[in-house]
Design a protein around this ligand. Structure first.
Ligand code: NAI
Length: 338
């Protein structure tokens, strides 16, 4: 059956829209790049989320197959597939949340910035679609280099006059997920009890874990700090090398993206006290974008928290992070302005 439709819809037998309307508040979510390494498991995880009533799966290849597959899961979200640029508008219309894992991933030896030339154009096109079809949606941007693609998205939205800084969030959740895992290993505790703020950006030295603010409170040795900081900053490269040319993190990224999307949806629902790290337009430093803890609410990132007290090691890390971030942000902005 054609993408954009589901079997029941075509035969006139579908009653799920009524079901979606009648039950608990549900949100409409689109995944752009849904047939990719991240997109597929992310589509599955979003189909499992009870806050999702409608799930749109868009890609330039293979989205009909992923859609047919995911749509057979017996959870309540209605799934529709969209294939190719002609169907981007239909994929986006009416969406509350748009998650973007579209674009090429790294191979061994590449930095995230090496992806700029391909992914910048992809992100720009998709954001132009958002401007036209769902300018009020919350956007979760995963495509790398996040430090540049978020500024690109912001420029596209500014140009169109639809930019709301609270609604554009670069997804740095995987850095937090990794930090929680690695710190839990060192502490010998369950990762679910660990909370590591990771600030800055999403590439190499711009990934700045604040180990002095870890919960539960713990004083790490200098060796532990160096080991953990290095492993958190290079967690992505660890996966890229282990996959040896077959891509970068997809499963842990889909998990992190689904976790982050769920916090955005709970914020949209009006839940109180939802706080996560994200890369957003920010006044926390002198840079126009920065990742730090944000409070998610009905309007998106409604509050951005300051970094809190840093130790000497973190202060020097912050200086390095800011230097690299400044040029990545500038590169994104000038890509759209030029
Ligand atoms: P992949 O190559 O497996 O999948 C990407 C998908 O995007 C493909 O299905 C492709 O057809 C699709 N695509 C390409 N152009 C498109 C367009 N114009 N519109 C819609 N879809 C399009 O790559 P993977 O592993 O899923 O990674 C995706 C992106 O996520 C990469 O840029 C990667 O660097 C990034 N990433 C970000 C992380 C983060 O923490 N923010 C972590 C891991 C990866």
């Amino acid at each position: 059956h054609p993408p954009g439709l589901q079997m029941g819809e075509r035969s006139g037998l579908r009653r799920s829209e009524c079901r979606a309307k009648g039950g608990a508040p549900g949100f409409k979510v689109a995944v752009l790049g849904a047939a990719g390494g991240i997109g597929q498991p992310l589509a599955m995880l979003m189909k499992m989320n009870p806050l999702v009533s409608v799930l749109h799966l868009y890609d330039v290849v293979n989205s009909p197959g992923v859609t047919a597959d995911v749509s057979h899961m017996d959870t309540s979200a209605v799934v529709r597939g969209f294939l190719g640029k002609e169907q981007l508008e239909n994929a986006l219309t009416g969406m509350d949340l748009v998650i973007i894992p579209a674009g090429v991933p790294r191979k061994p030896g590449m930095t995230r910035d090496d992806l700029f030339n391909i992914n910048a154009g992809i992100v720009k096109t998709l954001c132009e679609g958002i401007v036209n079809c769902c300018p009020n949606a919350i956007v979760n941007l995963i495509s790398n280099p996040v430090n540049s693609t978020v500024p690109i998205a912001a420029e596209v939205f500014k140009k169109a006059g639809t930019f709301d800084p609270k609604r554009l969030l670069g997804v740095t959740m995987l850095d937090v997920v990794r930090a929680n895992t690695f710190v839990a290993e060192v502490l010998g505790v369950d990762p679910k009890d660990v909370d590591v703020p990771v600030v800055g950006g999403h590439a190499g030295v711009t990934i700045l874990p604040l180990l002095s603010q870890v919960k539960p409170q713990y004083t790490f040795t200098a060796d532990e700090v160096r080991y953990l900081t290095d492993r958190i900053q290079n967690g992505g490269t660890e996966v890229v090398e282990a996959k040896a040319g077959a891509g970068s993190a997809t499963l842990s990224m889909a998990f992190a993206a689904a976790k982050f999307a769920d916090t955005c949806l709970r914020g949209l629902r009006g839940d109180a006290g939802i706080v996560e790290c994200a890369f957003v337009a920010s006044q926390v430093t002198e840079l126009p974008f920065f990742a730090s803890k944000v409070r998610l609410g009905r309007g998106g990132a409604e509050e951005i928290y300051p970094l809190g007290p840093l130790n000497d090691y973190e202060r020097s890390g912050l200086e390095k992070a800011k230097k690299e971030l400044a040029s990545s942000i500038e590169k994104g902005i000038s890509f759209v302005r030029k």
